[in-house]
Design a protein around this ligand. Structure first.
Ligand code: SF4
Length: 62
């Protein structure tokens, strides 16, 4: 599983980085960015929860 953050939709709320800090981090622009190319097996549940929790639907699963 891969994840992608749409910069135009992310409002920098920090929800995804709180839920899945091993998958997302805030960049210098205050927006979330994935830090892994492929989400580890152990992190898939967290990544999916982050996708569902994003208030703007900015995270896409690829
Ligand atoms: S949860 Fe969504 S809006 Fe919030 S920081 Fe993550 S990608 Fe951006």
């Amino acid at each position: 599983m891969k994840v992608k953050v749409n910069d135009d939709a992310c409002i920098g709320c920090g929800a995804c980085t709180a839920i899945a800090p091993e998958v997302f981090e805030m960049n210098d622009e205050g927006l979330s960015t994935p830090i892994v190319d492929e989400v580890a097996e152990d992190s898939i549940d967290n990544a999916k929860e982050a996708i569902e929790s994003c208030p703007t639907g900015a995270i896409e699963e690829e």
